[in-house]
Design a protein around this ligand. Structure first.
Ligand code: BES
Ligand code: ZN
Ligand code: ZN
Length: 470
């Protein structure tokens, strides 16, 4: 399907059907009000009504703000994709709602069909967005940027959605290499031998029972005159069985999504490089599979991490923080960044705290937190702060090592995981670090907003927006 923006009056564009967004107030003023009323259309948010003989599709909106328009566009694209129309046209409304329309079409219309032997055929070929405004160049630019971000989000979704037998740590390496070649990024890979030389004892322990070697991926985007240097760190557990602290069967299903943090940082660096942002970006990924086996790491093991901090393993299912401990340490050793942000499907507790739709944000800097609240709100992602405190920090105390990988109490699990990571943040980086728990927001089994079944690409839109405005 091809979506484009045209510098034309909407009536001069030929298409099979015209889409209009309508508020309740506008409904009674519509030329086809009589017919719409007969059809029972009330212009409620996300409701749609086809007037086939008039070549019209009406989409109800509560208001014409981005959130409502994005959501209505999702209803529109789903309806069009299951119709037999070949082409559709709609108006851009305004420069500020255009990204929402693009996201609605691209993200709401996204489907992952790699494993369907007979994917359903889509008749819809062209969606044209009309603009007869004087500032067409500005609109076109907004459209192109929106497309880059939406496509980068789909790139992230595709990798997350790929089955774990196919997308293991070494395939993540291939994906990163291809991205680097396509987008002129630098790419370096540390395989297990190098990981040993770099003393990544925590990360290596997690991947030991896998038949696929663990790998650390470092991608860099280096524009000529960067305003800032940013390190992005992603949890890339291509499968999390829980290890010897094996997950229950129902909890294990969907754990291919445990690589969503890694896939998100690849989507972010892809978008940033295509938008040619003046920010140097380093993406660090710990690609590992957490499995069971005779050589698996076990509860009671003591791991020596890269930073020399010793870790008592009390639960092998709290593996993401072990991988991140080493990758965060490595990232800080290699690059003196202005900011370091990590993305991880880290805890079920984050979903308990904030619900499934919201990314948990943790760190020491109120300024960065507020910048991301703004970036999230403006880009259509939900964020919620989870506050650190010294009492929760004490729960990670180990009697035998420097720190335990689990808390001694069952409450505040998302925060204690964040505090575990804090132990691996160097003193001069404390106020420059932020942790994003995307356990809930990265994957969904029921559609919401512009997210369809499966991976959502959480983080990509928000971080790209943040980087654009840095
Ligand atoms: N990958 C999981 C967290 C997760 C759970 C992500 C559900 C998405 C959906 C993580 O590795 C994990 O298993 N965490 C444990 C930590 C516990 C053992 C301290 C958890 O959340 O139960
Ligand atoms: Zn786990
Ligand atoms: Zn995990």
């Amino acid at each position: 399907m091809n979506t484009k923006i045209l510098n034309k009056n909407i009536s001069d564009i030929s298409a099979n059907i015209l889409v209009e967004f309508l508020t309740e107030d506008e409904l009674s003023l519509h030329a086809e009000y009589k017919l719409l009323n007969l059809a029972g259309f009330k212009a409620e948010q996300d409701s749609i009504c086809f007037l086939h003989e008039k070549g019209l599709l009406l989409c109800g909106v509560e208001s014409k703000n981005s959130e409502d328009v994005r959501s209505a566009t999702v209803s529109m694209i789903k309806a069009l994709k299951s119709s037999n129309y070949e082409s559709a046209k709609l108006s851009a409304i305004s420069n500020s709602t255009l990204p929402a329309i693009v996201e609605g079409i691209v993200l709401g219309g996204y489907e992952f069909n790699d494993y369907k032997s007979k994917p359903k055929e889509i008749t819809l070929k062209d969606v044209s967005i009309a603009s007869n405004e004087l500032n067409f160049e500005e609109l076109e630019n907004t459209f192109n940027e929106g497309m880059i971000v939406a496509k980068a989000t789909c790139f992230t979704r595709d990798i997350v959605n790929t089955a774990p037998q196919e997308m293991h740590p070494q395939s993540m390496v291939e994906v990163a290499r291809k991205l680097a070649a396509d987008n002129s990024l630098e790419c370096s890979i540390l395989q297990e031998k190098e990981l040993e030389e770099e003393n990544m004892g925590a990360m290596l322990a997690v991947g030991r029972a896998s038949v696929h070697g663990s790998a650390l991926i470092h991608l860099s985007y280096k524009p000529a005159n960067p305003k800032k240097i940013i390190s992005l760190v992603g949890k890339g557990l291509t499968y999390d069985s829980g290890g010897l602290s094996l997950k229950a069967p129902t909890a294990m299903v969907t754990m291919k999504m445990d690589k969503a943090g890694a896939c998100a940082v690849m989507g972010m660096i892809k978008a940033a490089s295509e938008l040619k942002l003046e920010v140097e970006i380093h993406a660090f990924i710990g690609a590992v599979e957490n499995m069971v086996g005779a050589n698996a790491y076990k509860p009671d093991d003591i791991l020596v991490s890269r930073s020399k901090t010793t870790i008592e393993v009390r639960n092998t299912d709290a593996e993401g923080r072990l991988v991140l401990a080493d990758v965060l340490a490595y990232a800080q050793d290699k690059i003196k960044a202005d900011y370091i942000f990590d993305f991880a499907t880290l805890t079920g507790a984050c979903m308990v705290a904030l619900g499934q739709y919201t990314t948990g944000v943790m760190g020491h800097s109120d300024k960065i937190k507020n910048d991301f609240l703004k970036a999230g709100t403006e880009s259509g992602e939900l964020v919620g702060f989870l506050p650190f405190n010294k009492h929760l920090k004490k729960l990670l105390k180990s009697e035998i090592a420097d720190i335990s990988n689990t808390s001694s109490k069952p409450y505040g699990g998302a925060i204690t995981a964040g505090l575990f990571l804090d132990k691996f943040i160097q003193d001069d980086m404390k106020d420059k670090w932020m942790h994003f728990d995307i356990a809930g927001s990265a994957y969904t089994e029921t559609p919401w907003d512009c997210n369809v079944y499966g991976a959502t690409g959480a983080g990509v839109r928000m971080v790209t927006h943040y980087l654009k405005n840095i």
